[in-house]
Design a protein around this ligand. Structure first.
Ligand code: ADP
Ligand code: MG
Length: 223
């Protein structure tokens, strides 16, 4: 479903150029569970942001379902981000003034789902991640693991086929971590494609495939 073709990404910093990704080629099939590992600064987040259409390559192409997304309009890219992709971040990125159910309902609102239906669906999603009794709690009233489960529910709101996660257990303690890992396994078993960037060997171990990235290049692949 996803293909990177000779992707490069460089940043200009003052007079010099930082090359974050070089010549990255990658194919991810429907229903795969892929872990991207590698040292800090190796280009993992850059790669995930490009896959998630939050950034564009300096050179090369990203294809989703056979379409070169670089040729799409901003509106089409936004539509794909809303309906095809779900993003989970290390630091949750929840809106602090909103309750759990309001956070999960946001992408449904953006997709044009009416108020009654979006709160009904958001409640079902929060129940599915074990937070049915926390619907009206704000992020500050939840543990780190509970916040991350809200973020996972939000990422699933519009039933995306591809879930992207950048260090999703990076801020969590072991019990919380285990629950979030279990959630990603459930998402994969439900037939979705999962791409997770991680330092965490326990997360990488449950992925069906791992690639390692070093200095912006894919170094090894275990299919
Ligand atoms: P990782 O997620 O593996 O830790 P990143 O993808 O965040 O690595 O960063 C890869 C490289 O690109 C690093 O050398 C980093 O300093 C550089 N980089 C990332 N974002 C920027 C930016 N906005 N401007 C300049 N350099 C950046
Ligand atoms: Mg990173």
């Amino acid at each position: 479903m996803l293909r990177l073709r000779d992707v490069w990404r460089s940043y200009r910093v003052g007079d010099s150029e930082v090359v974050a990704l070089r010549e990255v080629n990658l194919d991810v099939g429907d229903g795969e569970f892929l872990a991207i590992v590698g040292p800090s600064g190796s280009g993992k987040s850059t790669m995930l942001q490009i896959i998630g259409l939050l950034d564009r390559p300096s050179r090369g192409a990203v294809e989703l379902d056979g379409r070169d997304v670089g040729t799409l309009s901003d509106g089409e890219r936004t539509w794909i981000r809303l309906h095809t992709l779900g993003f989970v971040f290390q630091r949750f990125h929840l809106l602090h003034d909103l309750t759990a159910i309001e956070n999960v309902a946001l992408p449904l609102e953006a997709a044009g789902v009416g108020a009654v239906e979006r709160y009904r669906r958001a409640a079902v999603l929060l129940e599915s991640v074990g937070l049915g009794s926390r619907l009206t709690f704000q992020p500050a009233q939840l543990s780190g693991g509970q916040r991350q489960r809200v973020a996972v529910a939000r990422a699933l709101a519009n039933e995306p086929r591809l879930i992207l996660a950048d260090e999703p257990t990076g801020e969590l303690h072991s019990d919380d971590k285990a629950r979030v890992i279990e959630l990603f396994q459930q998402i994969h078993r439900a037939g979705r494609t999962v791409v997770v960037v991680t330092h965490d060997p326990e997360v990488a171990a449950v992925a069906r495939r791992q690639i390692e990235i070093r200095d912006g290049q894919i170094k090894e692949s275990s299919p």
